[in-house]
Design a protein. Structure first.
Length: 341
């Protein structure tokens, strides 16, 4: 079990998709040469790439391959560098929860743990479907893992990207049995941006969502805003600096404050202050399943001018969309788009 943060120091990672495909293809070819049947081939490939090499961390063979790559092809952030730096829940407090390597495969940044989910939990899905004939049952099994030892109960994190990798791993093993090693392997057949946790975001337990969003929000965000009232001036670049996040006695009493600055179309420097209340949005509508994303209802002030607005992370963590407006209408001024710098 491991968590990842693919937003940290990954901009220069090279793409190792072709090397990964070549490695898996070699494993498939070698095992197909000695397998007694398509089902035996599936088991043999799982043994090579999916079986846990370490019973404590459940690290798979595919993840070990990543760990042996040249350092320039992988990045392993420390907890202190990551969005989990303030987390103290359960395994985070003991220091026994490692962050996995980040890699780039066919244009998609993923944590190496996703390869473990693909080959390991994908095989578990495959086995369950063999027993029950019901893929929905296998997916429910995966949901249970993310709600317990692989997720909310251990790290306080429910990874939707893990769930996607699990399912695609099942489809890989189905393909492997159908082709009996005769097909051309490429991870591109199953890989897409939903394997990335910044794109397909996590749900966090209440004890974890506040420290994670404290780390995510704090600092500089840049983007643009539009003015939908006269004079309409198109997209105006803006920078927002969130400086203070305070958490009250409940999740509904978190507050945030900061500042903004921009240059208007007449080349005049403008600046002001922001303050707001944070709402953590329940995943599935049930807080027991964690929280996914935030909404910030804020007020702004620039000189004598004041108003209100809303920021909403939607299903992303590093970009926020929203509106701004007057004191009585939070969207009658225009729209916002901000991305973490």
């Amino acid at each position: 079990m491991a968590e990842c943060d693919t937003a940290i120091r990954t901009s220069r990672l090279p793409d190792i998709g072709a090397a990964f495909d070549a490695m898996v293809s070699r494993v498939i070819t070698a095992q197909a040469a000695v397998a007694s049947s398509p089902d035996d081939l599936v088991k043999r490939v799982y043994e090579e790439l999916g079986r846990a090499r370490n019973p404590i961390t459940t690290t798979s063979g595919a993840e070990q391959w990543v760990a042996q790559l040249p350092a320039a092809q992988r990045v392993r952030p420390t907890k202190a560098q990551s969005k989990y730096k303030f987390a103290t829940y359960n395994a985070w407090a003991t220091g026994n929860l490692p962050l996995t390597h980040s890699i780039r495969l066919w244009g998609v940044l993923i944590g190496a743990d996703k390869l473990g989910h693909f080959f390991q939990q994908g095989y578990e899905y495959f086995q369950r479907v063999e027993q029950t004939g019901n893929l929905a049952d296998a997916i429910q099994y995966g949901w249970g893992l993310e709600n317990t030892q692989y997720g909310l109960s251990s790290s306080g994190v429910f990874s939707n990207a893990d769930m996607r990798a699990n399912l695609q791993g099942y489809h890989f093993y189905e393909w492997l049995r159908r082709t009996n090693g005769g097909g051309t392997f490429t991870l591109r057949r199953w890989l897409d941006p939903t394997w990335n946790e910044e794109y397909n975001t996590n749900a966090y337990k209440g004890d974890v969502v506040v420290p994670v969003w404290r780390a995510l929000l704090h600092g500089s965000w840049s983007g643009f805003f539009t003015r939908d009232v006269a004079p309409r001036e198109g997209r105006i670049p803006i920078r927002v600096q969130w400086t203070t996040l305070q958490h009250g006695l409940s999740l509904s009493t978190s507050t945030i404050s900061g500042s903004f600055n921009y240059t208007d179309p007449q080349n005049r420097a403008r600046s002001g202050l922001l303050s707001g209340n944070i709402q953590y949005k329940p995943f599935t509508g049930n807080p027991r399943h964690g929280y996914r994303g935030v909404r910030i209802d804020y007020s702004w002030r620039r000189g004598p001018y004041t108003g209100t607005g809303v920021f909403d992370s939607g299903l992303r963590e590093n970009d926020i969309r929203g509106t701004w407006g007057s004191a009585h209408n939070h969207h009658d001024g225009g729209t916002f788009y901000l991305r973490k710098v």
